[in-house]
Design a protein around this ligand. Structure first.
Ligand code: HEM
Length: 406
């Protein structure tokens, strides 16, 4: 007879945000060894790789992104109007399947590959000035600016609008700050401005399609079904929201790791073809997305427990990515690790990252250029990390030094 989850005797998951990242990782690794589920502050933390993947693939667990306003007790007519618009990130069921079916063919390895030369140029341009001096605050100099030109190129926005997108992204990201009472009007204003901009671009591409993602999305069709203009606007917003801060933080995590593990960085320098494996290992060992949240859309019985409708769960990717059942010596950082179980940093199930091929290409190209141009990479001061509770996480500042002139 399954036990009601609230009656179950479960351990408490580590919620102490004052711990260092490595202490927290060690505890989460231990948790994934001992328990598949634990109590957290707002719901239940899922710690084993298999259970995280299984629950993310179970369509009765819905994305908790749609509950953002509710969990903050925030209400306003303006906000409800905007959030009523369907976003791929938070819709479920038939509606989600429909959008995902239509847009998926535009997010192939081939469409990511066509941007690789552009990605390399962007990284090289950002590195030119820092390579002259031999040191850098890598977050401000490279990680922050890197993804914006890529997203603009993807959507077909010209270079003179990179600044505009960068500014809009800052406000749109406030969605993740947990303070809608203060931030909602800035988020709505930036989203409206982006809509107005994208409407012009959509009209342009409708009359003159190009070889870019926006044209692909406009023409994407599944059995006669197409995205409406509203849905196109919502996709553009989701791409900016999901594809910018993730990539820049993941690059920051990577360069921090390389500076701390010169042996691994030298392996990559000697053998650039290790870049794809290095990306997977960096994302497993120090992922920029440390977990996600779901709620039970109905009463769910899973393993020995009953989860009443509305129960919140938090699949923890750090714990899952250090699960000894899936990874040998999970606490070791090893870019030559043989391909085996996938890390969960791109999620799993129906919301699995749509931009995974693109993100992988962005990171692989950046790793290759960084390996070529930053010999003797090392830390040049302390790394300041963002608060561990941040949904998207990485270094806030990363001072590094290296041999100049490359
Ligand atoms: C290293 C970089 C990235 C990481 C770690 C990452 C991670 C994730 C994760 C964990 C999810 C699933 C969230 C959940 O299940 O609650 C997701 C979804 C998504 N990602 Fe990414 N992402 C990255 C880059 C990108 C890029 C570059 C794009 C842009 C095209 C993108 C677009 C999306 C979209 C549209 C979704 C929603 C898919 C859906 O709900 O069906 N991501 N991402």
């Amino acid at each position: 007879m399954p036990t009601l989850i609230s009656d179950a005797e479960l351990p408490m998951a580590t919620t102490d945000l004052s711990l260092s990242e490595s202490e927290r990782r060690a505890r989460l690794h231990q948790l994934s060894k001992d328990h598949w589920i634990a109590k957290g502050d707002l719901g239940y933390v899922i710690a084993s790789h298999d259970d995280c993947a299984a629950m993310l693939r179970d369509r009765r667990w819905f994305s908790a992104l749609s509950l953002i306003a509710e969990t903050q007790n925030y209400e306003s007519a303006e906000w409800s109007n905007r959030s009523n618009r369907q976003s791929i990130l938070s819709t479920e069921g038939e509606d989600h399947q429909r959008i995902r079916r239509i847009v998926s063919p535009a997010f192939t390895p081939k469409s990511a590959d066509r941007l690789r030369p552009f990605m390399r140029n962007v990284v090289n341009e950002l590195l030119d000035p820092v390579c002259e001096v031999g040191h850098s605050e890598f977050v401000a100099d490279v990680c922050e600016p890197y993804p914006i030109p890529i997203i603009c190129e993807l959507l077909g926005a010209p270079r003179e609008d990179w600044e505009l997108f960068s500014r809009l992204a800052v406000d749109i990201f406030k969605l993740f700050n947990g303070n809608l009472a203060e931030d909602a009007s800035a988020i709505i204003a930036a989203s409206d401005e982006m809509d107005t901009y994208m409407l012009d671009l959509i009209a342009e591409r409708r009359s003159q399609p190009r070889d870019d993602l926006l044209s692909d999305l406009i023409s994407a069709e599944e059995e006669g079904d197409r995205l409406s203009t509203d849905e196109l606007l919502s996709m553009a917003n989701a791409i900016l929201l999901a594809g910018t801060d993730t990539t820049r933080n993941q690059l920051g995590c990577a360069v921090a790791l390389f500076a701390q593990h010169p042996d691994q960085f030298n392996l990559l320098r000697e053998e650039k073809s290790l870049a794809p494996q290095a990306v997977e290992e960096v994302m497993r060992y120090l992922g920029a997305v440390r977990g996600t949240a779901r709620y039970a859309s109905e009463e769910i019985v899973y393993k020995d427990f009953v989860f009443p409708q509305g129960t919140l769960i938090f699949p923890n990717f750090v714990a899952a990515n250090h699960d000894v059942e899936k990874f040998d010596e999970p606490l070791a950082f090893d870019i030559t690790r043989e391909a085996g179980s996938p890390h969960l940093t791109f999620g799993s199930g129906i919301h699995y990252c749509l931009g995974a091929f693109l993100a992988r290409a962005e990171l692989q190209e950046a790793f290759t250029v960084v390996a070529e141009r930053l010999p003797n990479l090392k830390l040049n001061g302390d790394i300041a990390w963002k608060p561990l509770g941040n949904g998207i996480w990485g270094p806030a500042s990363l001072p590094v030094a290296f041999d100049s002139g490359h």
